[in-house]
Design a protein around this ligand. Structure first.
Ligand code: PRX
Length: 714
């Protein structure tokens, strides 16, 4: 571990890492440390180094009592960690609690009038809405009454939300949690079809949506997606009985689609019958599922990550306290979408479990200009800021000096979701954080519930581009393909794994327990009959390197998942969407390095005989991705090619086209059945790119390796 000394600025010291990564990572040299300010350390929740000792391996798993004790339990647990049915770990067994009670009710005696949520609408002239803990309590109870009495939902049932960033979303989540109903929120930007897939998979019979919302200065009709979702779910054998439609503006209806009598109901109408109703929180076993969060994997079918009530809530409360350094009196703004795991854990459950004020923003970061976030921060007195590298890159590009024009002052900032380039990190630190805010670069995944890798902000210095060591009670390791440990400072990358279970880990993939075991544990399992957790390392699917100081640098996915602007899109998912176009015979999606969004997707398709390439056909493919998945899946380019490069067994060699798209190497093509096609495609694609002014750029060593390995997981 680096020295824990204090200084306001960067240090060039390499403290113990001279031999390490500098030699290999030519483009990304070993960075110096940055230290938190004395002011930050003075107020930090975790400022006593003894905390690391308390969470050391010899105190595992009992160390996590400290997290669980942040919650109110109806019944205390008898077993902290049950490993009897690996890798289906059970945490805090015997305990009972309610998540809604923990995020709302228990704060009332002290904080009834404190803002729980501050909602900022995208339109700047529209009024900001504050929901105090007292109001949140009333609204959660009333909506819980609707779910219980009007919809007939009970503990263990599933409910799907397809909601954008409006306060009605956390209200709905907490209302479901109050009843023990398992919620499944589908990111609002996803298409109706994507929502329908998730409705069918989770077997939800109630859908909660909204008529419309503001996005980039436009009203987006959202209710229309509910109709599409229900149609898609029905094709898959699913059934929705009731659609509850919130209204973005009282008395208006922002959608063009009609309400279906007997199926669609305006929530504001329903609530009239449930005014001031109180619904007792249902005391749930710690192991009861709290929610499902779907994510992309290597196959087309999305994975419903099932998160528990007790373990999850304890984990997000603990990490929010020690890593986000949240205090009840803070104004905390996580600029993510609640439709992703980051929003669940670090807009809703973690911050509200700690009784703080959580800010929600409806729109895009740069609307109407790149000064918007900083105006919001100044006006609301935001103390703590949390966002993704993509947003930081975009704000840096469009308004590099904007933060200096506003008098906000952050004490703490987070970056999450993708690797952050050191120069982007430095802009975040110097300009956004004004050299005052401590930064945590938090590495984790939908599956994990909360952070896996990060520095403790007052105790471990920051290093641009590295997330830091494993978090408290989480012991990562890097294995090579043979299961041998890749040592720290070796300069070699490998597969980052977590050696131990932790309370936030998902319980399973909804209805797919075999896939859960196979995808996350089979690779490095030492003995499938063992009930010793040491034999079950968790395989994260990320490539990483460890420096001699114990800090990890995450390089990106090792499977066929493309991380677009911090959002995971599965190759197969993208390809199946392209194949819904009747003229398309074959499709292959590849990642392309992008300065703003990290990675973007380019889609290669070949057409069935009798059809020829045209701009209309390209649009059709692009549109298909938007319809099947959502706007975030829209490819940067669609390349219609006469044939795909294939092996003799007919497998599409994605690394070859990925190389072409990135102006990189195509590697060995001697095993192809049709090697001549490579030059044809290269000429076609690169000539068009050059004509559009896209000349690519030299790839770093890690990027090259990623592209050259792309598709090898098939
Ligand atoms: O590749 C890693 C990358 O995002 C993936 C997880 O994506 P998702 O499940 O959508 O969750 C995103 C928010 C938790 C990881 O497998 N990733 C996440 N955080 C970082 C990161 N890569 C580098 N640095 C990070 N801090």
């Amino acid at each position: 571990m680096p020295n824990e000394r204090e200084s306001a600025g960067p240090s060039n010291s390499d403290q113990g890492s001279e031999v390490s990564e500098a030699q290999i990572a030519v483009h990304w040299r070993e960075e110096g440390y940055y230290y938190p300010t004395a002011k930050f350390i003075g107020q930090a929740n975790a400022s006593d180094p003894a905390i690391r000792e308390r969470f050391s391996e010899e105190h595992f798993p009992e160390c996590f009592r400290e997290y669980a004790d942040l919650l109110d339990w109806d019944q205390y647990w008898h077993t902290t960690l049950d490993t009897s049915n690996p890798p289906f770990w059970k945490w805090f067994v015997g305990g009972r609690l309610n998540a809604s009670y923990n995020c709302v009710d228990r704060h009332l005696p002290k904080a009834r009038n404190r803002a729980a949520l501050i909602w900022v609408p995208e339109i700047e002239s529209e009024e900001t809405r504050t929901v105090t803990y007292g109001e949140l309590y009333a609204r959660v109870n009333e909506f819980a009454a609707v779910l219980k009495d009007f919809c007939g939902l009970k503990a263990g049932d599933r409910i799907t939300f397809h909601m954008p960033m409006v306060p009605e979303l956390p209200v709905a989540m907490l209302a479901a949690a109050r009843l023990g109903v398992i919620h499944s929120e589908v990111f609002g930007g996803f298409s109706g079809a994507a929502c329908g897939d998730r409705i069918a998979d989770s077997d939800s019979h109630v859908l909660v949506t909204i008529d419309g919302y503001w996005r980039n200065g436009q009203v987006s009709d959202h209710k229309v997606k509910a109709d599409e979702a229900i149609a898609r779910a029905a094709e898959l054998g699913g059934r929705i009985d009731k659609v509850l439609v919130w209204r973005r503006k009282q008395g208006e209806y922002l959608s063009d689609t009609p309400m279906v009598p007997g199926r669609d109901f305006f929530v504001d109408d329903l609530l009239k019958d449930y005014k001031d109703r109180i619904v007792e929180p249902v005391s749930m076993p710690a192991e009861a599922p709290l929610f499902l969060m779907y994510t992309s994997g290597t196959t087309g079918r999305p994975k419903g990550c099932q998160h528990s009530t007790g373990g999850y809530l304890a984990y997000v409360a603990g990490t929010s306290k020690f890593y986000q350094d949240i205090h009840p009196e803070d104004t905390y703004w996580c600029f993510a979408d609640i439709g992703w795991i980051t929003g669940h854990s670090y807009i809703v459950y973690g911050p509200l479990a700690l009784g703080t004020t959580s800010v929600m923003y409806e729109g895009v970061p740069t609307y109407p200009d790149a000064g918007r976030p900083w105006r919001i921060a100044e006006r609301l007195g935001v103390t703590t800021f949390h966002t993704a590298p993509t947003t930081i890159r975009m704000l840096r590009k469009l308004g590099p000096d904007e933060p200096t024009k506003y008098r906000y002052s952050f004490k703490h900032m987070t970056t999450v979701g993708e690797p952050i380039e050191p120069e982007v990190w430095r802009w975040y630190y110097d300009v956004v954080g004004k050299g005052e805010a401590a930064i945590v670069d938090t590495w984790w995944q939908t599956e994990n519930g909360g952070f896996l890798g990060s520095t403790l902000p007052a105790l471990q210095p920051m290093k641009p581009g590295s997330c830091g060591p494993g978090v408290l009670g989480v012991y990562p390791v890097i294995y090579d393909e043979n299961g041998d440990e890749v040592p720290a400072g070796s300069g070699r990358a490998g597969n980052i794994c977590i050696r131990n279970p932790w309370p936030g880990i998902f319980q399973t993939i909804w209805n797919q327990p075999d896939r859960f075991v196979q995808l996350y544990y089979e690779k490095y399992n030492r003995d499938k009959n063992s009930t010793d957790w040491h034999d079950w390392p968790y395989f994260a699917g990320d490539g990483a390197m460890k420096a001699t100081d114990g800090y990890f640098r995450i390089l990106g996915r090792v499977d066929d998942v493309v991380n677009v602007a911090g959002h995971r899109l599965g190759t197969k998912e993208l390809e199946s969407a392209a194949l819904t176009v009747p003229e398309v015979a074959e499709a292959a999606a590849v990642p392309v390095i992008d300065e703003l969004r990290g990675r973007v997707v380019e889609m290669y398709v070949s057409l069935k005989p009798g059809y020829s390439a045209s701009a209309e056909m390209e649009d059709k493919v692009s549109k298909a991705l938007e319809i099947q998945i959502g706007k975030i899946a829209r490819p940067k380019s669609v390349w219609i090619v006469p044939d795909m490069p294939k092996t003799r067994s007919g497998k599409i060699m994605r690394r070859v086209i990925a190389g072409i798209s990135n102006f990189g190497e195509v590697g060995d093509i001697s095993t192809l059945a049709n090697p001549d096609i490579v030059d044809t495609i290269r000429h076609h694609v690169q000539a068009k790119k050059l004509a559009q002014g896209d000349v690519g750029r030299e790839l770093t060593k890690e990027e090259r390796e990623e592209i050259e390995a792309y598709g090898s997981a098939d």
